[in-house]
Ligand binder design. Structure first.
Ligand code: SAM
Ligand code: SF4
Length: 461
C-alpha cells in the first residue's frame, strides 16, 4: 500500500510557499470563491501568508462559501461515551491505560438506554458513539448490541435517527458488520500525520501502528461505509503540516473511492486528568491561528462538513460557526454515564470548555441568526457518499437541506422549547421560509410545517 502522506513534499510546499506574495494569495482567495476547492500548493500559500488584510479576505471568503453552501443551518449532535476502558496509552488522553486517576466504566445495555433517553430528552436526534479501545469488552459484538439499543430506545417524541461512530479502526470484515448496524458516518482521527510525533505520543497498544490507522478509512470504505470523517488532534504537531496532510488524505480517498471524506473534525487539545501532555500541548494553536485555519479548510474543501465539539468555549464556537463549521455538539458529557450522573465527572475524557446546556446552545445559535438543525434526511434517503457529493457540488442539496432543517427545528420547538424560545424560533423559521425561492418547495415545506404543528413527526423532503 502506497503511503499517501509524503512528509518531504509537505515540508517543501510549506517552505516554498512561505515566500509567496500578497498578490498571489489574493488571487487564490478569489479562485476559492468559485467553490471548486484548492490544491495543496494553493492551500499552503494561504496557510503561510501572514498579511492581516489577506487573513481578513480569507475569512470573508469562508463566510461567503459557508453561507452559499450551508445557508444558515447548523447541525447539532450529542456524543455518547460507552466505555473509558482503553488498552492504548495516548499521552494526551485521560482514558490511557496507565492513568490510575480515572474511574473506569463500561456501560451495560440498560445504562446505555438510560443515557439515550437523557439525550433524547434534550431534543437530539443524532448521536456520536465514542469508545476507548478495549477488544475484550467493547468489541464488534458489543458495538452491534449497543447500536441496536440506541436505535430502539425511544422517549416521548424522542428517537435517535442517525448514529455516527468514533471507535478504533477495524478490519474490513468487522467494518462490514458495523455498516450492517445502520451507522451514519464512521469517524477516525489520525491525531497527527507526522510519523515521529505519532510514534512518540502513542507509546504502546494497537494504536502504535500508524499505517493501520492511516488506512482505516480505506478499509471502512472498502466495507461499504461511504460517509467517513477524518480529523487531527490539534496541538500535537504543526497545524499547517496537519492541514496539508488532511488534504492529501482527502485527495487519496477521492482518487481511490470517487468521494472524499464526508466531514473533517478539528479538535484542539484540552487538559485531561492523568494525561502527561494534555496540559501543555507541544504545538499549541492560538485562537487567531485556529480561526484562520478553519477558514482555510473551508476554502480548500468547500463541500466537506466541518465539525466542532465542546472542546471549544462558547465565544470561539460562535465565531467559528461563521467561518465554516457546519456541525457542533451540544450539552455534551465525555464520561460514560455522564448524562444521568451529572455531578461525577471523574471518568471524563477531557475537561469541557463549553458547559452550556443543549437548550442554551440552541438559543445562542438562533440569536446568531442560524437555524439549529436536527436533520438526518440525507442518510435516511440514501443520499450518502458519492450520491451526496453529486448533489452537494452543484448546490442542489441546499433545496433539501434548508426545508429539512426548518422542519426539524420546528419539531424541536414543539416538543422541547420553552415559550420564549419557541416564539423566537418560529419567527426565525418564517423568515427563512420566505427565502426559499422555488414556489413548490416553499409550499411543500409550509404544508409539512403545519403537519408538524398538528403532531406529525419525522417529515422531510
Ligand atoms: N479510542 C478511539 C480512538 O482513539 O480513535 C476513539 C475514541 S477517542 C476517545 C476520540 C478522540 O478524542 C481521539 O481521536 C482524540 O483525537 C480525542 N482526544 C483525546 N484526548 C483529547 C484531549 N485531551 N483533548 C481533546 N481531544 C482529545
Ligand atoms: Fe484510548 Fe482513544 Fe484515548 Fe487513545 S485517544 S487513550 S485510544 S480512548
Amino acid at each position: 500500500m502506497n503511503i499517501f502522506i509524503n512528509e518531504n513534499k509537505i515540508n517543501d510546499l510549506l517552505e516554498k510557499s512561505a515566500g509567496a506574495s500578497k498578490h498571489e494569495a489574493e488571487a487564490i482567495v478569489k479562485k476559492a470563491l468559485l467553490r471548486k476547492g484548492l490544491t495543496p500548493e494553493e492551500t499552503a500559500i494561504l496557510l503561510q501568508i501572514n498579511d492581516p488584510e489577506v487573513t481578513e479576505q480569507i475569512k470573508a471568503a469562508a463566510r461567503r462559501i459557508k453561507d452559499d453552501i450551508y445557508g444558515k443551518r447548523l447541525v447539532l449532535f450529542a456524543p455518547l461515551y460507552i466505555t473509558n476502558e482503553c488498552v492504548n496509552n495516548c499521552l494526551y488522553c485521560a482514558f490511557r491505560r496507565d492513568n490510575k486517576e480515572l474511574k473506569r466504566k463500561t456501560l451495560a445495555l440498560p445504562e446505555i438506554a438510560a443515557e439515550v433517553r437523557q439525550i433524547e430528552a434534550q431534543g437530539h436526534k443524532r448521536i456520536l458513539l465514542v469508545a476507548g479501545e478495549d477488544p475484550k469488552n467493547s468489541n464488534i459484538n458489543f458495538l452491534e448490541d449497543v447500536i441496536a439499543t440506541v436505535y430502539k430506545t425511544k422517549h416521548g417524541q424522542g428517537e435517535i435517527r442517525r448514529l455516527n461512530v468514533n471507535v478504533a479502526p477495524l478490519t474490513v470484515e468487522k467494518f462490514k458488520r458495523l455498516k450492517k448496524t445502520g451507522i451514519g458516518t464512521y469517524q477516525l482521527f489520525q491525531e497527527t500525520y507526522h510519523r515521529s510525533t505519532y510514534y512518540m505520543v502513542h507509546p504502546s497498544g494497537p494504536k502504535e501502528n500508524y499505517k493501520f490507522r492511516l488506512f482505516g478509512m480505506d478499509r471502512a470504505m472498502e466495507a461499504g461505509i461511504d460517509d467517513v470523517g477524518i480529523g487531527v488532534l490539534f496541538g500535537l504537531y504543526d497545524h499547517k503540516f496537519e492541514v496539508l496532510a488532511m488534504l492529501y488524505h482527502s485527495l487519496h480517498l477521492e482518487k481511490v473511492f470517487g468521494v472524499g471524506p464526508h466531514t473533517i473534525s478539528v479538535p484542539r487539545m484540552e487538559p485531561a486528568i492523568g494525561a502527561p501532555i494534555a496540559h501543555y500541548a507541544p504545538y499549541p494553536v492560538s485562537d487567531d491561528d485556529f480561526k484562520k485555519m478553519v477558514a482555510v479548510i473551508r476554502l480548500a474543501v468547500p463541500y466537506t462538513g466541518m465539525i466542532l465539539s465542546t472542546r471549544e468555549n462558547a465565544r470561539m464556537r460562535n465565531e467559528l460557526i461563521g467561518l465554516g463549521i457546519s456541525q457542533i455538539s451540544a450539552g455534551s458529557k465525555t464520561n460514560p454515564g455522564g448524562y444521568l450522573d451529572k455531578q461525577d465527572d471523574s471518568a471524563a475524557q477531557f475537561i469541557l470548555s463549553d458547559e452550556r446546556s443543549t437548550s442554551e446552545v440552541i438559543v445562542d445559535v438562533a440569536k446568531l441568526g442560524y437555524i439549529p438543525s436536527f436533520c438526518t434526511a440525507c442518510y435516511r434517503s440514501g443520499r450518502t457518499g458519492e450520491k451526496f457529493m453529486d448533489l452537494a457540488k452543484p448546490g442542489e442539496i441546499h433545496a433539501f437541506c434548508q426545508p429539512n432543517a426548518l422542519l426539524t427545528y420546528k419539531e424541536y420547538l414543539e416538543d422541547y422549547a420553552d415559550d420564549k424560545s419557541k416564539w423566537a424560533g418560529e419567527k426565525a423559521i418564517e423568515l427563512e421560509l420566505e427565502k426559499i425561492s422555488d414556489p413548490n418547495i416553499k409550499k411543500a415545506t409550509r404544508e409539512k410545517l403545519n403537519a408538524v404543528e398538528e403532531g406529525k413527526r419525522d417529515l422531510y423532503l
